[in-house]
Design a protein around this ligand. Structure first.
Ligand code: ZN
Length: 263
């Protein structure tokens, strides 16, 4: 089981080494901006690295919204990120499930997700697996609660779609972590990546504030149980930089009996 961290994008391999991480996740552009990702000078080095790479798409992307001025650029930016992520040999592109605005029909949001994959298919398909991530907040989210997730998967099921399970988002979003993996897999058939995070906020709070595994409102053993059940690679998106994330990785490795990385 590969365990790693979300790190700064300037030198992800050094960040991985500093944390003894077997995987890294990073952004390819400003997560709050609409700029397309630029080619990286270290693309060859990243492609050849032992450390697995994952790319997180910008937070501004919302392919579900009925607002054309957000949805259309979101589709294009997601496709551009898939191409750029494939350039560095990434294993997956993680994107949040998105939402529709208050008063808008969530069914249209799910269909917008279907159209996103149809749009990509028309351009030759996404260049790597796209992993839709569950989110913590909002009343009109596509992937906060599992009832919505089931409708989302009904809409995109004809395409190859992956899933990223975030433990902080699930807990804060109001989904009990106990047996969550089974309930998710009954819908998606797969979990490609676990974002192992504790939550500064209470169950069902709808807030998205990650904490280190030993802190926060989630029993860390529950996070361990989720990872065991998911049997998927793990990325911690926790605070504290090298020290905080390094400790979280070491904790998981110890509890999961995963041993130290070979390289
Ligand atoms: Zn996450």
């Amino acid at each position: 089981m590969r365990i790693g961290a979300h790190v700064d994008s300037a030198d992800p391999l050094s960040e991985a080494a500093a944390r003894a991480a077997e995987a890294v996740q990073f952004f390819l552009s400003d997560p709050q901006g609409w700029k397309a990702p630029q080619p990286r000078e270290d693309a060859d080095r990243l492609r050849a690295a032992e450390v697995d790479r994952y790319v997180h798409a910008p937070y501004v992307i919302n392919v579900a919204t009925l607002n054309n001025r957000i949805r259309i650029p979101s589709r294009k930016l997601l496709l551009a990120h898939a191409t750029a992520a494939a350039e560095i040999g990434a294993k997956g592109l993680i994107v949040h499930g998105g939402h529709v605005n208050a008063g808008d029909d969530l069914a249209v949001g799910f269909d917008n997700w279907r159209k996103t994959f149809a749009f990509a298919a028309d351009s030759g398909g996404f260049a790597l697996p796209v992993l839709i991530e569950n989110t913590a907040g909002g009343d009109n989210a596509c992937a906060r609660r599992l009832d919505a997730l089931a409708r989302l998967w009904d809409a995109v099921g004809e395409y190859e779609v992956g899933f990223c399970l975030d433990t902080c988002h699930a807990h804060a979003g109001g989904e009990d972590l106990l047996d969550l993996v089974d309930r998710v897999k009954a819908i998606t058939g797969r979990i490609d990546l676990v974002h192992a995070n504790n939550s500064k906020d209470a169950f069902g709070s709808g807030r998205d504030r990650h904490d280190n595994l030993g802190g926060g409102s989630i029993d860390p053993e529950l996070v361990v149980a989720v990872i065991r059940a998911a049997d998927a690679p793990v990325i911690v998106e926790t605070p504290g930089g090298v020290e905080g994330q390094g400790a979280d990785i070491a904790f998981l490795r110890d509890r999961l009996g995963a041993g130290s990385p070979a390289a």
